[in-house]
Design a binder for this molecule. Structure first.
Ligand code: EPS
Length: 367
């Protein structure tokens, strides 16, 4: 399988470039009978889209989804679901000057070294435009998880540069362009971003994503761990440089007595593990956190080399996000939902009848 696909029983393949005629995906392995209509993609695609606030890229795409296959009379048929979105607002001339230069911190250098050829328009395949299709595929996964298992996947921005939330309320996350969980700080975020944009620089961010309602048992030891697959899926998002599950790197200073999640007949007393033990869900909330690096496309000049290896100063013009993390929340949700749905199907395939017989008590004779 090529690396434009992921998943085992539910596989997602995306294709397309930022300035090509279209982007798309094929979602294969979705069970039949799930109702899905083109307009159901709109909400999450708009949450991710550019051009929605002054704090993101000004490119304006309609992001209208065409369902090409796998759905008949509004229901999934069990065959591959192909989704297509046509690109309509490419401005490739912005990339004329940097076609022969490498932006420091950008994938275009590594692509050039690997393939010896690249589509420089909008970053080609390395563009965040590709994440549109992950979000589209994630809409189907979110719907199936909610209907079949009552699972919900939600995220929020948990740090923007130096700013961290001073309060938390899920109900305000969707009411501001940052997915920020504390309404009183939104003006501070606006001012920070306005000053940053004026300066021409960019900034990193952190996004937290959680799944509620995940039953115990999803995830496979050893090389198909739920946390391993989640980490890979989240790390595959453009600009992600770090992934944590549960307490993540904070565990380095924790004592065992602090980190372990003690259990009572009423349930767990804490959730440092992020809802996953031994690579398998425990029935607690599944929690993950990702860090996105600051955007490398900057109008501030930087030293680099051109394709001939000559030193040059590079300036990137065009419509770029000063903080890609601002739009990353729906992408992280989609990736978590797709991994969870894949594991739900895998669990059903191997262990679907485990609950039919009582678990064997160790040491007790059969019969
Ligand atoms: C991007 C650069 C910009 C963004 C784009 C991601 O593209 P362009 O230079 O063509 O305007 O607008 O994001 C999207 C188009 C999108 O839908 O997310 C990049 O370099 O990654």
């Amino acid at each position: 399988m090529s690396s434009n696909s992921f998943g085992k029983l539910l596989t997602v393949t995306t294709f397309g470039e930022s300035h090509g005629p279209a982007i798309g995906c094929v979602l294969d392995g979705c069970p039949p009978g799930l109702a899905i209509a083109p307009e159901e993609f709109r909400h999450d695609l708009e949450r991710r889209a550019t051009g929605k606030s002054r704090h993101t890229s000004a490119r304006r795409e309609a992001d209208d989804v065409e369902i090409l296959s796998g759905v008949y009379e509004g229901l999934t048929t069990g065959t591959p679901i192909a989704l297509l979105i046509r690109n309509t607002d490419q401005r490739s001339k912005d990339y004329a000057n940097i076609a022969s230069q490498f932006r420091p911190g950008h994938a275009d250098y590594a692509y050039w070294q690997k393939y010896g050829i690249r589509d420089p328009r909008g970053g080609g395949r390395s563009s965040a435009r590709e994440t549109t299709m992950r979000v589209a595929a994630g809409v189907i996964a979110k719907k199936w998880l909610a209907q079949r298992h009552g699972v919900t996947v939600r995220g929020y921005l948990s740090q923007l540069g130096p700013i961290t939330p001073e309060g938390f309320d899920w109900s305000v996350v969707e009411d501001n362009p940052f997915f920020w969980p504390h309404a009183a700080q939104v003006p501070e975020l606006e001012s920070y971003m306005d000053a940053l944009r004026k300066s021409g620089d960019s900034i990193g961010a952190r996004v937290n994503v959680v799944a509620d309602g995940v039953p115990p048992g999803w995830g496979e030891p050893i090389y198909g761990k739920l946390d391993g697959d989640l980490a890979a899926a989240l790390m595959s998002i453009n600009a992600v440089k770090g992934v944590e599950i549960g307490d993540g790197f904070a565990a380095v200073t924790q004592k065992g007595t602090e980190h372990r999640d003690e259990m009572t007949p009423q349930g767990f007393l804490s959730n440092h593990a992020g809802g996953i033990l031994g690579g398998i869900s425990t029935g607690q909330q599944v929690t993950a956190s990702i860090v996105l690096k600051p955007t490398s496309s900057l109008r501030l000049p930087g030293r680099t080399v051109n394709v001939d290896g000559q030193p040059v100063d590079v300036i990137t013009t065009g419509r770029h996000d000063p903080c890609v993390g601002i739009r990353a929340t729906p992408i992280a949700e989609a990736m978590m939902a797709l991994v969870l749905m894949d594991h739900a199907l895998r669990h059903r395939a191997q262990c679907g009848d485990v609950g039919d017989v009582p678990p064997r008590v160790p040491g007790q004779a059969d019969g």
